[in-house]
Design a protein. Structure first.
Length: 172
């Protein structure tokens, strides 16, 4: 009995060749579209820049008011703690500042800590949920400040697992 005839793989190679050719043509087409889109985008930017440059300039009739900065920031409250704590209620003017510091861990882990401070009204309504969102660097004392622009009776909710100090300052 003669050995079985080998099946021709010619058809398989033709199909694979067609698939590769279609894929290559598709990639070239996409690249051309991306390039054309990039050129169109650049033309749009150039046209917009030209139009903006041609707009007439006018002087505003009123100048925006700037907050008074002729005073000096003065500490009126100081709070310290280690871990989570809510401060007592205190009264603040329209412009005040939270000056905070925290001491990072020194437990050998090398992991930084975090501190979050939320400002609440005396009625427990959140006034500034993201007043402070800070990183307490491992083995170091980290300090920063944030200005607040609301007046009234407030308290601070401190969330951290680290030692911290907060000064409330007013412009006087």
């Amino acid at each position: 009995m003669p050995p079985p005839k080998k099946k021709s793989r010619k058809g398989l190679f033709i199909v694979l060749g067609v698939i590769l050719a279609v894929a290559l043509i598709g990639c070239i087409g996409v690249a051309a579209l991306v390039n054309a889109g990039g050129q169109a985008a650049q033309q749009a930017v150039n046209q917009t820049s030209t139009q903006v440059a041609q707009l007439p300039t006018t002087q505003p009739t009123t100048q925006p008011t700037q907050p008074a900065t002729s005073g000096k920031w003065t500490t009126v409250q100081t709070f310290t703690g280690n871990g989570n704590k809510k401060t007592s209620i205190f009264t603040v003017p329209g412009d005040w500042k939270i000056v905070w510091s925290c001491k990072g861990l020194t437990d050998g882990t090398g992991v930084d800590g975090v501190i979050y401070i939320t400002v609440y009204g005396s009625d427990n309504s959140p006034i500034d949920a993201n007043a402070v969102s800070g990183t307490c660097t491992y083995g170091k004392t980290t300090a920063d400040s944030t200005e607040e622009h609301q007046s009234g009776s407030v308290y601070l909710d401190v969330t951290t697992g680290l030692p911290w100090t907060i000064q409330v300052q007013e412009l006087k």
